[in-house]
Design a protein around this ligand. Structure first.
Ligand SMILES: *Cc1c(COP(=O)(O)O)cnc(C)c1O
Length: 385
């Protein structure tokens, strides 16, 4: 039995990356390490399309979210937070922990940022000209929705002076990120999502405007100015997770080898489209109605079936690790992650396991229809290219 990850992070680690991370006799205050760190920053910059090179932090994704909060806001600053799922709530909780005055714009879970929400954002910004920052998401991983980042950023820029701060933890790699073109001030991501690295590194990129808006709030570990001064030469403020940086270098090189960021995004789009069609072929309905994420597909668990049991059967019997729903969606949805370094055979296998588990639970559909759909989708795409 071979355990396989089908959750939206952590994601599978390519063998080259794993091998590289096993070299532990690495001292981080050496020219060789500085060179690797700088090379990683350069390659990350291509995935972010950032005006300044991203910084590499040793923390999970939430650490970089916290860094954005603590470095770009002061207590009592006003902020707008878009909340449409578990991760939107995390921005709201961070804003509260950092004593911001938040205007929360609620988006029903599973829905996208519609024109109506954009209108609401515009009004909120116009009525509150002191808003310092708007916090939102690229992928809301808990619901499988990919928000229209470019439109949200344009609304912020056209109607305020606020910084636009995006949690793109599960999005970079799976979707285009045009930080410079879309005029975004801060983008955060994490190694264990689209980057195929074990958990423990996060990334944060700032625009010139963000760098010149650093707050006077006191902070220590996540001091981005200090980190920036160090990372200009490839050093880090603190001891970095050297083994993970070694893994990251390998996976970033692999993205280049696969054709670069655009090809990598395409690989995600194809898998996501195949999984959505396969879900419909086995009589499942999708949780979002529009703006589906390339990183994760959220499907409704059929009425009368226990979603937690479905995830447990997949894990225990097939060693296929899917994610269930969070908060009020617990037991109600199942999430099929296709993020980072998976391939067509993984998607075929994951769909097969899902079908077998659904059959065992008594769901009615034609066994094999989902796998056939995935195979046909890949076949069609490959014969066309
Ligand atoms: C995974 C994820 C995070 C980060 O979570 P950590 O557990 O701290 O790495 C943040 N935001 C989104 C949208 C995510 O998918």
């Amino acid at each position: 039995m071979k355990p396989r990850l089908f959750c939206p992070g952590p994601t599978p680690v390519p063998s080259e990356a794993l091998a590289a991370s096993m070299e532990t006799a690495v001292y981080h205050r050496t020219g060789a390490f500085y060179k690797d760190l700088l090379q990683c920053r350069e390659m990350l910059g291509k995935l972010f399309n950032s005006p300044n090179l991203p910084l590499i932090l040793t923390s999970s994704g939430t650490g970089a979210l916290e860094a954005a909060m603590s470095n770009l806001t002061s207590p009592d600053d006003e902020a707008v937070v878009l909340v449409g799922g578990k991760f939107g709530q995390r921005w709201a909780e961070l804003a509260k922990a950092f004593q911001l005055k938040s205007h929360v714009i609620e988006i029903p879970w599973g829905e996208t940022v519609t024109d109506e929400v954009l209108e609401n954002l515009k009004t909120t910004l116009e009525e509150n000209p002191r808003v310092k920052a708007v916090f939102f998401h690229a992928n809301e991983t808990s619901t499988g929705v990919h928000y229209p980042v470019e439109k949200i950023s344009a609304t912020i820029k056209n109607h305020s002076q606020a910084l636009s701060i995006v949690d793109a933890v599960s999005s970079v790699g799976a979707h285009p990120m045009e930080m410079k073109k879309w005029d975004i001030d801060c983008v955060v991501s994490g190694a264990q999502k689209g980057f195929g690295v074990p958990p423990g590194l996060s990334f944060i990129a700032l625009s010139d405007k963000a760098w010149s808006s650093l707050s006077g709030r006191s902070r220590y570990y996540f001091d981005l100015q200090k980190e920036r001064m160090s990372q200009e030469t490839g050093a880090t403020a603190w001891t970095p997770a050297t083994t993970l940086v070694a893994a990251l270098k390998q996976t970033l090189l692999k993205i280049d080898e696969l054709g670069g960021p655009a090809a990598f995004t395409e690989h995600h789009a194809l898998a996501a489209s195949a999984v959505r069609k396969a879900a419909l072929a086995v009589n499942l309905s999708l949780f979002p109605e529009a703006d589906f994420s390339n990183a994760v597909t959220a499907m409704k668990v059929p009425e009368g079936l226990d979603g937690k049991k479905l995830v447990a059967i997949l894990r225990e019997k097939y060693h296929a690790i899917f994610a269930g729903g969070q908060a009020h969606l617990t037991g109600k949805i199942i999430r099929f992650g296709h993020l980072g370094f998976f391939d067509a055979l993984d998607i075929i296998g994951g769909m097969g396991a899902l079908e077998l588990a659904l059959k065992e639970m008594g769901h009615s559909f034609e066994l094999g229809a989902g796998v056939a759909t995935v195979v046909n989708e890949y076949g069609r795409s490959w014969s066309a290219s």
